[in-house]
Design a protein around this ligand. Structure first.
Ligand SMILES: Nc1ncnc2c1ncn2[C@@H]1O[C@H](COP(=O)(O)OP(=O)(O)OP(=O)(O)O)[C@@H](O)[C@H]1O
Length: 292
């Protein structure tokens, strides 16, 4: 089977590290035919993926962060052919965390060579795929605000500035939530719909989410006073926010609809969309084969 390594040269903290010698040293010991291609911009990984699937490459490895993984996954899903591999080189690497893929480069390449495959679910919101989490509300606005600062500040500083800005500007959202024949009116801080277990670089928003169970895990956090967020928000990192059960609720559904009269920020695996009216969250009937 032929392997294409699709490298995002600007992903993550290791962006100056040349991955080629690592790939060579592991792959040259095997019989795999392989090639290494570098991406040139947004969505290029998806275009290359489709091209190499047409060239009969059976494994397409995303070398980068969750953005690169998602682009390769959407190419594979579009073609309905091919196996996804991951060499985590992003800042967050949330899908790799969910699947216990080693964050160490050499170890993750060894996993590709071993080729143990798992079939995972693909989430869809507003025609966009997500492997980790789609969300609206406070966290989605942090993603949006962080992007503004990312242009001129380093990752962690930009993220902190994004949180601060969101704390000042955020207003709770009045929405309708519909699932399993139930319709609810809610005033929320956020709603996160999880396929995988992590987002935001290791935050366990839905700690019981299982990416293979054909279900979406949903975390609904009701609107709370901003000072209370100082306690609640850090607890999301280790998935302990469920203890604030007056505000935090978990449900498991096969699909979910949200209606918002006003424009709302939707985060789909780190991509930001602005939308209003109906927002839908589903699972694709197609699965994704991935090397773990
Ligand atoms: N040559 C390139 N120049 C600029 N942007 C690129 C290039 N190649 C890919 N990209 C874009 O870079 C973005 C970020 O990639 P990715 O998410 O993999 O890295 P990251 O943001 O460092 O990691 P993470 O999402 O795990 O935090 C993606 O949206 C991708 O489309």
């Amino acid at each position: 089977m032929k392997i294409a390594f699709i490298v995002n040269p600007i992903a993550g903290k290791n962006r100056k590290k040349d991955i080629t010698p690592f790939i060579k040293s592991e792959l040259d010991k095997t019989n795999y035919e392989y090639t290494i291609i570098y991406t040139k911009g947004i969505n290029h990984a998806s275009v290359i993926t489709k091209e190499y699937i047409d060239k009969k490459y059976g494994i397409i490895v995303a070398v980068g962060g969750d953005g690169t993984v998602r682009e390769v996954a959407s190419g594979i899903s579009y073609k309905n052919k091919g196996i996804l591999g991951i060499i985590p080189m992003g800042t967050g690497n949330d899908l790799a965390r969910t699947l216990n893929i080693p964050l160490d480069i050499k170890e993750s390449i060894k996993r590709i060579v071993k080729r143990k495959i798992k079939e995972i679910n693909i989430g869809i919101s507003q025609d966009n795929i997500f492997l980790n989490v789609a969300s609206i509300g406070f966290d989605a606005e942090i993603v949006e605000n962080t992007k503004v600062f990312k242009g001129f500040l380093k990752g962690k500083v930009a993220y902190t500035m994004g949180i601060l800005r969101t704390l000042f500007t955020f207003k709770s959202k009045n929405i309708k939530i519909e699932y399993d024949g139930i319709k609810r009116d809610e005033n929320i801080l956020l709603v996160a719909v999880a396929n995988g277990r992590f987002y935001g670089g290791g935050m366990k928003i839905c700690p019981k989410a299982d990416i293979t169970d054909n279900q979406l895990d949903v975390c609904i956090i009701k609107n709370i006073a901003k000072f209370k967020l100082l306690f609640l928000f850090p607890s999301v990192y280790n998935g302990k926010h469920g203890k604030y059960d007056k505000y935090v609720e978990f449900i498991r559904v096969s699909s979910l609809k949200i209606y918002s009269k006003n424009e709302i920020v939707l985060n789909v695996d780190g991509d930001i969309l602005k939308t209003n009216g109906l927002i839908d969250f589903n699972l694709d009937i197609k699965k994704l084969n991935i090397i773990v």
